[in-house]
Design a protein around this ligand. Structure first.
Ligand code: AMP
Ligand code: ZN
Length: 136
């Protein structure tokens, strides 16, 4: 299903032009218009899903395989030194476009970007409580 007024639905399905790196029946991979680094790309499913939890299982299972293929190509062609995969879900996590997308961000030594967080220092007890909250 496509969602009305979803820009990534329109891009993924070719209604809005994009700098496409790859396309098949289910996905389009495009260059991000506001790249963190040279070659920053987005993997977009053609079917609308708001986020990771909303993504059909079959589609989800194919995303990382496609990312792996794209990563090999990008490492080879761009001669980048590394690559970050970033996938934001929800406004609190920085998601600005509510259509699932996987960022592929080539990294270059001294590119000046950082994808960081400040590590916490939880006790073993606090970790155990969280573990239980998730699994029980
Ligand atoms: P996120 O913050 O994870 O939702 O990422 C949204 C990304 O989409 C940002 O990196 C934007 O630069 C990118 N973006 C937004 N609109 C477009 C567009 N029309 N074409 C390509 N990339 C876009
Ligand atoms: Zn959409």
């Amino acid at each position: 299903m496509k969602k009305d007024n979803c820009i990534f639905c329109k891009i993924a399905n070719g209604e809005i032009p994009s700098k496409t790196l790859y396309e098949d029946g289910e996905f389009r991979v495009i260059l991000d218009l506001g790249p963190a680094t040279k070659g920053h790309a987005l993997i977009l499913p053609k079917e609308h899903a708001d986020n990771l939890c909303d993504l059909p299982r079959e589609t989800a299972s194919k995303v990382l395989v496609l990312a792996q293929e794209m990563a090999s190509t990008m490492m080879e062609k761009l001669h980048c030194d590394g690559l970050n995969l970033v996938q934001n879900n929800g406004e609190a996590a920085g998601q600005t476009v509510t259509h699932f997308h996987l960022h592929m961000i080539p990294r270059y030594r001294d590119d000046g970007q950082s994808i960081n967080w400040t590590p916490g220092k939880p006790t073993q007890e606090a970790l155990e409580e969280i573990r239980r909250q998730i699994v029980e």
